[in-house]
Write a protein that binds this ligand. Structure first.
Ligand code: AMP
Ligand code: ZN
Length: 330
């Protein structure tokens, strides 16, 4: 297994130049897993690190895993909500994501000038100069995690029913973390079940999904283990927040080796937010207490990449049991 893993800085020009350099150098030596995925046509590079097209075969694996999650979660009677990969900027600001991960956030800007500014923009493009002067932030931002849009929506409905609520979400998400590690993308999909209710309901939900997550990954015959998460909270205070998250056991991850054995990749995550979102969006349980929330997230690309890593790039050669779990009787 290759352990080549390069995290690049965020200047796009530097980014692309380094990608090109790495391509040339990488291919001269041993091809990386990323090279192999691209050569096999499974991922289609787009000239920006962490941004890829996906082939039909890649998508068939994503779909198979997604269907497996649906089958394993059928008894949850979850309400299905599908949001576009963008959300209300005010809700995003309220979520406090910017306190923890300002460096990962993606805002959406659009041209907001008149004829004169348009003229200048075209001139800048012509002359290869910076054309962003009149690009202004819109009311939409890119979704950082699939569950984010659903909390304010559910909060607006008033108190939760006695049994709480379970929501099923699935969305592309954006995080600005350009990398040559194919498992660290800038746009990727997350399937989630989100639970809202009393602390007991959330704790029970999370414990159940840790077991179900492990069982699902066992069905896919992938090596894995569960560990406390180590989220990359930003800035000087970041370590304190990360330590507190671990001390309170707020987040577990299911890890699978993809790029390296020593640093396995988080493919599923199991979160308990306590009353964080309930407080922010003022939603309550049936008896008037602030609601607690939690979610289980399935990283669709990462789990798919783990399949290619461990079962090979040719899906026709995958173990029969795995093929059946993904696509039914062949
Ligand atoms: P998180 O909110 O960080 O727990 O992310 C939820 C899930 O999304 C993780 O368990 C991963 O499987 C997946 N994920 C997070 N970041 C990335 C990324 N940069 N590229 C691909 N998948 C990711
Ligand atoms: Zn979530």
């Amino acid at each position: 297994m290759s352990d080549a893993k390069v995290t690049l800085d965020d200047a796009q020009g530097v980014d692309t130049a380094k990608t090109l350099a790495a391509d040339v150098l990488g291919r001269a030596a041993t091809p990386t897993f990323r090279d192999e995925l691209i050569d096999a046509g499974l991922l289609i590079p787009m000239g920006v690190d962490g941004l890829y097209g996906r082939s039909e075969v890649f998508e068939s694996v994503v779909e198979g895993i997604n269907n497996l999650v649906t089958r394993r979660g059928a008894d949850q009677k979850a309400e299905v909500m599908r949001f576009p990969p963008a959300m209300n900027r005010t809700d995003f600001e309220d979520s406090e994501y910017l306190k923890s991960f300002p460096n990962l956030a993606g805002t959406i800007h659009s041209f907001c000038g008149g004829d004169r500014e348009h003229h200048r923009l075209l001139k800048c493009l012509d002359e290869g100069e910076d054309w962003m002067e009149n690009q202004k932030p819109t009311r939409a931002v890119l979704t950082p995690a699939a569950c984010y849009p659903c909390y304010p929506v559910v909060a607006k409905r008033g108190p939760l029913p006695e049994e709480g609520r379970t929501i099923d979400v699935f969305s592309y998400c954006f995080r600005h973390e350009p990398s040559l590690d194919p498992a660290r993308m800038q746009m990727f999909r997350m399937r989630e079940y989100v639970r809202m209710g009393t602390p007991e309901q959330i704790v029970e939900f999370r414990a159940m999904w840790i077991e179900r997550g492990k069982a699902l990954i066992e069905t896919l015959q992938l090596p894995h283990w569960i560990d406390l998460a180590n989220d990359p909270f930003f800035g000087r205070g970041g370590k304190i927040v990360a330590d507190s998250q671990r001390a309170q056991e707020l987040k577990f991850e299911l890890l699978i080796p993809i790029e390296s054995e020593e640093k396995p990749t988080a493919c599923l995550s199991f979160n308990y937010h306590m009353d964080h979102f309930g407080e922010l969006w003022k939603f309550h349980t049936a008896d008037g207490a602030v609601a607690h929330t939690g979610c289980v997230g399935f990283g669709m690309e990462r789990t798919t990449l783990a399949m290619f890593r461990h079962h090979g790039l040719d899906v026709t050669q995958w173990p029969a049991g795995v093929r059946e779990a993904l696509w039914g009787q062949q």
